[in-house]
Design a protein around this ligand. Structure first.
Ligand SMILES: Nc1ncnc2c1ncn2[C@@H]1O[C@H](COP(=O)(O)OP(=O)(O)OP(=O)(O)O)[C@@H](O)[C@H]1O
Length: 307
């Protein structure tokens, strides 16, 4: 049984005191190793506490004690700031924290392992709002779960790149038959020949495979149920005069605008130059997500504007 240390007890006390003083909405603990969840539940009593951990193993058992949990799945050497940001983002996405919440976070900020730091964070200042509600606003037949899967994947591609190099990418999601009418292979399609089961984005292994392929030229076509229909596709939907895109966005983003104008699909584009993810619908950018280290922000409308 993982130990509940005296240090952890004092940080619980400290976090709760700060939470009460500032009337915050939730307390977030970011753990690098498991603890005695029962003991923690006793220590925090009725407060709204969310537990984030690096892996499933770290948070195993926490949900049984009534905690909301988040698994970060980030590289082991990810900086504290990024881990904390990711935990906050996930917390907002899962709706564990209300919009514009203030949160007290307890985490290991100085040395790996024990919790040694407490921060008071106002979410609107730290990051914009990423909410499932934002995705729902897209008013599309594509299930929000599928869009969320693709957006999360796109954000990871934009943030991580591949082998240290930035990677751009394009996904079109939903209305895949119509999308395929505008698609032609740009070369070898690595997903061809695999069964549907082997192409489901709900499978973490498939998502890893997609990240590998993302560095190739062309777009992924994804069905509404999250199956990758084709990859490395050149998309050429007709241009319409009412389409506008901000300066600096090139062929990839135009393809996203055009295909979403011509079909009922949502497109998710990752820009190679800075990792920004844009969600297109009906020929327009509807959401923009900035990558880490550039004030991670979800915006519910396009601030680019036509030029
Ligand atoms: N019509 C298209 N369909 C699918 N993929 C495309 C299309 N046009 C361009 N791409 C992909 O986008 C890549 C980048 O093109 P370009 O630099 O013009 O796009 P961009 O919109 O400026 O994107 P980025 O910000 O990533 O540079 C191309 O190498 C290609 O892989």
């Amino acid at each position: 049984m993982a130990k509940f240390s005296e240090q952890l007890q004092s940080f619980c006390d400290l976090a709760l005191r700060l939470a009460e003083l500032h009337d915050v909405d939730a307390v977030l603990f970011v753990f690098e190793r498991p603890t005695d969840w029962k003991q923690l539940q006793k220590a925090v009593s009725k407060s709204n506490v969310v537990i984030a951990g690096d892996t499933e193993e770290v948070v195993a058992g926490a949900a049984d004690e009534g905690f909301d949990t988040i698994v970060l799945n980030m590289p082991a050497d990810a900086p504290t700031y990024e881990r904390l940001t990711q935990a906050l983002l996930e917390g907002v996405a899962e709706e564990f924290f209300p919009e514009g919440a203030s949160v007290v976070a307890a985490y290991s900020g100085f040395e790996a392992g024990p919790i040694d730091s407490v921060s008071l964070i106002k979410l609107d200042e730290h990051l914009g709002r990423l909410t499932v509600r934002d995705l729902r606003q897209l008013k599309t037949k594509v299930p929000v779960e599928t869009i969320k899967l693709v957006v999360d994947l796109a954000v990871e591609i934009g943030r991580e790149g591949r082998e240290g190099k930035p990677v751009g990418s394009l996904f079109v999601v939903g209305d895949h038959r119509k999308c395929m009418e505008f698609a032609r292979p740009m070369g070898f399609d690595p997903v061809k020949g695999y069964t549907r089961q082997e192409r489901r984005l709900t499978d973490a292994k498939v998502r890893e495979g997609v990240k590998e392929i993302a560095q190739m030229d062309g777009a992924f076509v994804v069905a509404a149920d999250g199956t990758v229909v084709a990859s490395a596709q050149h998309l050429a939907a007709p241009n319409t005069p009412d389409l506008t895109l901000s300066k600096g966005l090139g062929a990839r983003h135009w393809a996203a605008a055009q295909v979403t104008k011509a079909t009922g699909a949502i497109a998710v584009a990752v820009s190679e130059s800075n990792g920004t993810v844009r969600v297109f619908q009906d020929g327009e950018v509807k959401l923009r997500i900035e990558p880490f280290r550039r004030a991670m922000k979800w915006k519910s409308f396009d601030t680019d504007g036509p030029t």
